[in-house]
Design a protein around this ligand. Structure first.
Ligand SMILES: [Zn+2]
Length: 480
């Protein structure tokens, strides 16, 4: 009886292992834990993990990939991407999206593949909206992590929503005056988020866009109650904050990550330097080891939507449904552009674009450079799509965010770390992700060019490996 049982177990495990053994032969490994790339390596993947890395010949496998002349890297993690938000529409429950269910469906079907097309194999979504099933139920999708938003009825972003459906996105509403035992207390809401399986909490420090300040923010008392409760259940806090004063408040509240670049400070000129007040704030970010997400594509997306012809970008073709690209060309799809024009008192489109692409991005770049010079690790986080701008498309935005980091002055090694190990460490998943090492989940990229030679190499993907399963890049293309 025992013999039979053992036999059946070994057959079963052999069958499941055999099915999943993938060998990548003769490849160059590029990974942040290595001082220099390791050449001519054989890498074995089994049951979705890396099980062997060796220069010796491996003879047992089911599928062999010739890695000669190619570069094996960890898959990219974008730690700020909103999978429920549709470029050009806003969240799927918002009025524009509700009017176009077919476009929304086509978009949601392709979106996970578009992230993979650009090598994004892990996503952290800091605001999943009503649900994220549309993403996690697709056959191939990046590994998905999420934060849940805590807000009140009088603070951003809830306060900005004008219809019930949009407001229904916020399921974790806190009543600031509630006692600890009440269901809507900060303590119980944090507990509920922890039980939901979320990886973090997102708080908004936003009193108004740009220089406006019309909304209240959470009281220091509430912030403290959230912080204490979050520490008990080991949930890091991400802070939406992009103005100097808002980032200062976020730091005072003891948040773990600042989820935006610092774009709003003083008058900008190209020579304008970082003031003492700013450098003191940045020094606090460094001293407190607060994670930093520059999210430069938010600003770029706002600037680029004002440029004529952005919808004809050839980069959109492999990743965006044709029906959605066609819709971007209709007059209805210009609603957000029109909102920006009104916001800027009908300044010419080109001048509005300059405000973002030169002014605010320039400020963000100076902050990135300051942190970088102090060796503070930067996180790859695009905040895709960042706004209802259709200039930002899934996956592409992450790649563009990496290019923006290089433009701001990060070395290619630093961009590499930002996209891989820094995010894994920040969110305490480095035992599974972030480097090419034995034991880690086999979310990997096979590139034709070395990413330590050129930022463009990240766009030379041959194969995306997801949980040990190789997917040729061309299979991820839409509009074939
Ligand atoms: Zn965001």
């Amino acid at each position: 009886m025992i013999k039979v049982l053992l036999l059946s177990i070994s057959i079963c495990s052999f069958a499941s292992l055999a099915k999943d053994m993938v060998l990548i032969e003769n490849v160059t490994i590029v990974s942040s834990h290595l001082h220099t790339p390791k050449m001519q390596m054989n890498v074995l993947l089994e049951d979705g993990r890396i099980t062997e890395i060796t220069q010796k010949k491996i003879t047992t496998f089911d599928l062999k990939i010739d890695g000669a002349g190619k570069f094996l890297t960890p898959g990219i993690m974008d730690s700020h991407a909103h999978v429920s938000s549709i470029p050009g529409m806003g969240f799927g429950v918002e009025p524009v999206a509700i009017k176009h269910p077919k476009l929304v469906k086509a978009y949601y079907e392709q979106q996970p593949r578009s992230f993979l097309y650009y090598g994004v194999t892990q996503i952290l979504d800091p605001n999943p909206g009503v649900n994220f099933n549309h993403f996690t139920s697709t056959p191939n999708h990046p590994d998905y992590f999420r934060c849940e938003v805590i807000t009140t009825k009088s603070t951003f972003p809830y306060v900005e929503k004008t219809d019930d459906l949009s407001r229904s996105m916020f399921t974790y509403l806190v009543d600031e005056s509630a006692s600890e035992s009440a269901e809507t207390s900060a303590e119980n809401v944090v507990l509920k988020i922890s039980k939901s399986g979320a990886s973090c909490i997102k708080l908004y420090f936003e009193d108004g866009y740009g220089n406006a300040s019309q909304w209240p923010i959470l009281s220091p008392k509430t912030l403290q109650r959230i912080k204490v409760s979050a520490e008990k259940v080991n949930l890091p806090i991400l802070a939406h904050a992009n103005a100097l004063d808002m980032q200062q408040l976020a730091l005072a509240a003891g948040v773990d990550v600042i989820a935006h670049g610092m774009w709003n400070w003083g008058q900008y000129s190209r020579e304008h330097n970082i003031s003492k007040e700013i450098s003191e704030t940045l020094d606090k970010i460094i001293a407190d080891k607060v994670g930093y997400m520059p999210t430069q594509r938010v600003i770029a997306g706002l600037g680029e939507i004002m440029l004529p012809g952005i919808v004809d970008s050839p980069e959109f073709l492999p990743i965006t449904p044709k029906s959605l690209i066609d819709w971007y060309k209709t007059s209805q799809a210009q609603w957000f552009k029109e909102e920006l024009r009104i916001g800027f008192d009908r300044m010419p489109d080109e001048s509005i674009s300059d405000v973002f692409l030169y002014g605010r991005i320039g400020k963000g770049n100076k902050v990135i450079k300051y942190l970088r010079n102090s060796k503070h690790p930067i996180l790859l986080a695009s905040d895709f799509p960042g706004s209802p701008s259709f200039a930002n498309q899934p996956g592409l935005t992450t790649f563009q965010e990496m290019k923006a980091m290089a433009t701001a002055g990060l070395s290619l090694e630093e961009v590499f770390a930002a996209a891989t190990i820094n995010n894994a460490k920040q969110f305490k998943i480095e035992s599974d992700y972030g480097t090419v090492e034995v034991g880690k989940i086999a979310n990997l990229l096979l590139l034709n060019n070395n990413p330590l030679n050129s930022i463009e190499s990240w766009n030379s993907i041959d194969t995306v490996i997801l949980q040990g399963n190789p997917i040729p890049r061309e299979e991820l293309v839409i509009n074939k």
